[in-house]
Design a protein around this ligand. Sequence first.
Ligand code: CP
Ligand code: NVA
Length: 305
Amino acid sequence: MSVRHFLSLTDFSPQELVALIRRGIELKDLRNKGVLLEPLKNRVLGMIFEKASTRTRLSFEAGMIQLGGQAIFLSPRDTQLGRGEPISDTAIVMSRMLDAVMIRTYAHSTLTDFAAHSTVPVINGLSDDLHPCQLLADMQTFREARGNIAGKTVAWIGDGNNMCNTYLEAAVQFDFQLNIACPEGYEPKAEFLALAGDRARIIRDPLEAVRGAHLVSTDVWASMGQEEEMAIRQKAFAPYQVTRELLDAADPSVIFLHCLPAHRGEEISHDLLDDPRSLAWDQAENRLHAQKALLELLVEHAHRV
Ligand code: CP
Ligand code: NVA
């Protein structure tokens, strides 16, 4: 069996994803009880960050340390990648020294190119297309709060960005209905819409999109790399702010999630993260637990094959 990567939610079966979420919940419980579990002793994760990060870096680094291993942070500025060493050569060399590699990058092809030459697991820590690690945390948070998400309705409000694309994959893998409210011209990528098929609908009106929703989520209006479009985006997205009143129109059991960082006064109202329906802080914490489950699975698997 060849090495497994996690570049997209579709790299794992629905059953594997549910098992992963369950394991994340278990690992959280063990940590809360003070139980030490170090299955990755002496294992090393390399982390390449071409974009900024708070949560992803911390959760992977803390997660590796808690599992008994170590993580090494690499910025392209300080490595030969920044001076033009090919991705393929970098992948070969890193594979010889490390047990897994996490990459946060722009073009998704950087991840697939790296993975094609890597003999150790490669994890997508966010690309312009997808952010699958975030969805593991989101799905763990929903399960903890409300149980199984299968058959439920999720509303995505705002930009059809990397998070929205990943929600489209999640709709298929976790079996829920996704309503997307986005302005014209800011739809998710066609390939992810096609993959979701009748699991997803584009509904322009946020009020209509949240009707009956059990989970509402949004994200920044300008993602990393789109900073210069901010002014034009602020105009286009103004009717798409998520507020307490918008949540009132959803199912009474609705929870709100935001991958963070949040821009209060833009995609969310100033008070939304203080609303009891917002579980964004649990969601942020769950990055740690869900990714520990992912690291355990990928690195242990790699050492069995
Ligand atoms: N949600 C998320 O990925 O946060 P960071 O950009 O801080 O890693
Ligand atoms: N869509 C955002 C997510 C940040 C975690 C971005 O790509 O910047």
